[in-house]
Design a protein. Structure first.
Length: 437
């Protein structure tokens, strides 16, 4: 019988229903699951033999879900800054990836990113990269819930040769991790400008057969739309609709540029959006119309994108940015209020991944992906509203504890599953290799 852990936080924020804050309540977990949320006093009698842990000045909430990341790109952080997307990719990132990306690079970079994410309260990452087995192994080492997005492009990158080869590698990788509780797979056609119609059709069929999701960069820049109009005579979203890609198993990363008709189209097809506010600002891609998307009923989660375009992997910072940007972009201070921002980084992400029955909120029966944020410091005072404090005034350093699938991966701000010193050493190793070649 697994041990029973009973957490007694100052504030318990289940996220579902939005805005609810429970005081004098406890959360009970057993094995990988939350088994009860009940008044603290009742928990102490009903679970008298359990391990009780008081978090007297902390908020307890569901783990954050990073809906769009390229974890291994942590090793390319700061390599090429202050550039627009296509210059950044064509002239800097793709050449560097061509030279350096290997199984070991992806494992080291992914572990590094996961350590950083866990320390900031992220418990699930929806990744998209190469060397899928290495990403999955990194997730298992970190104890992090990992959705491995298997990239598909038409051209060689050092990992695959052509679209069929990338797809073959994706299917092979997926087979290696069947039954692994923390790891799942998606097919990740890179973008409309790097993937041909025929490949999109193959991916749609395969995803349907395997019952897995699709993850794709879409409408990230104006250049992408102009190029599509020139090559295909239609904007990318119309092309993808015609191909049959739009549906509830699609996570569309970015969607910075969408007109009213396209927003209605996304809503009609139940497409999920991974909004990446920091990356969109840094690459000068533009301002996603988050308020309009949400008003139309589109589910919008939050991603960091890779550390080479963010340059941090700090979801708490980015959910604050998402809330602030939505207000400025829409001219409406009520756009994305604090509780909505928190929902975007948790439950909306879970919904986008088809995992909302299992993660994304604190509820009996769900998996125990949980974080504690210390609100005792002067930066959090005076504290009128813990959700406001979390979203508008907290920083990643305040994340004190993280459990994933019921297992402690951060305790009193110390990593439990990973060795920070070793991760640093690997980062130095890669820095030397990359900077001198
Ligand atoms: C197919 S996933 C890996 C591939 O995508 C590149 N990439 C990283 N960030 C972005 C972005 O914001 N837009 C488009 N492509 C991006 C990454 O360097 C890999 O080559
Ligand atoms: Zn990306």
């Amino acid at each position: 019988m697994s041990t029973t852990l009973c957490l007694h936080p100052r504030w318990l924020i289940p996220v579902e229903p939005a805005g609810l804050v429970l005081e004098n309540h406890a959360l009970v977990m057993q094995g990988e699951r939350i088994v009860a949320i009940l008044p603290s006093s009742e928990a102490r009698t009903r679970y008298a033999n359990a391990e009780h842990h008081t978090l007297s000045e902390h908020a307890l909430l569901p783990g954050l879900i990073n809906l769009h990341a390229h974890s291994a790109m942590s090793l390319l952080r700061g390599l090429a800054d202050d550039l627009a997307l296509m210059d950044w990719l064509n002239n800097h990132i793709w050449p560097a990836e061509g030279k350096h990306v290997s199984d070991q690079f992806v494992f080291d970079g992914s572990v590094h990113a996961m350590a950083e994410m866990i320390r900031g309260g992220t418990t699930t990452v929806n990744d998209m990269y190469f060397h899928h087995e290495a990403v999955a192994r990194a997730g298992i080492s970190a104890g992090m819930r990992t959705v491995v997005g298997c990239s598909v492009l038409e051209f060689p990158t050092g990992y695959g040769i052509n679209a069929d080869d990338y797809i073959k590698k994706a299917l092979h990788a997926r087979e290696q991790f069947v039954g692994e509780p923390l790891v799942s797979f998606t097919l990740a056609p890179h973008a409309p400008y790097t993937v041909a119609d025929e490949t999109f059709r193959k991916i749609i069929t395969l995803a349907e057969q395997l019952e897995i999701g699709i993850h794709c960069h879409i409408h990230e820049t104006r250049d992408e739309i102009d190029a599509s109009l020139k090559q295909y005579g239609v904007r990318p979203l119309e092309r993808l609709r015609n191909l049959g890609l739009l549906g509830p198993n699609l996570v569309a990363a970015h969607v910075v540029h969408a007109n009213d008709a396209e927003i209605a189209l996304l809503a009609r097809h139940g497409v999920h959006i991974a909004h990446n506010p920091a990356s969109n600002l840094k690459l000068a891609s533009g301002f996603a119309r988050v308020a309009a998307l949400q008003a139309a009923g589109v589910n919008v989660g939050i991603g960091t994108d890779g550390a080479a375009s963010n340059n941090k992997l700090d979801l708490l910072a980015d959910l604050r940015l998402a809330a602030l940007l939505a207000k400025a972009e829409s001219g409406n201070p009520q756009a994305v209020p604090a509780a909505k921002a928190l929902e975007m980084a948790t439950l909306a992400g879970a919904r986008a991944l088809g995992m909302d029955a299992h993660i994304g909120s604190l509820r009996a029966g769900k998996l125990a992906d949980i974080i504690a944020v210390d609100l005792s410091g002067l930066d959090s005072q005076p504290l009128y509203d813990p959700i406001s404090q979390l979203v508008y005034a907290s920083s990643r350093e305040q994340v004190s504890h993280v459990w994933i699938n019921g297992r402690a991966v951060l305790a009193d701000r110390e990593l439990c599953t990973l060795n920070a010193g070793q991760i640093q050493a690997r980062a130095h190793y890669w820095r030397e290799r990359i900077a001198t070649h």
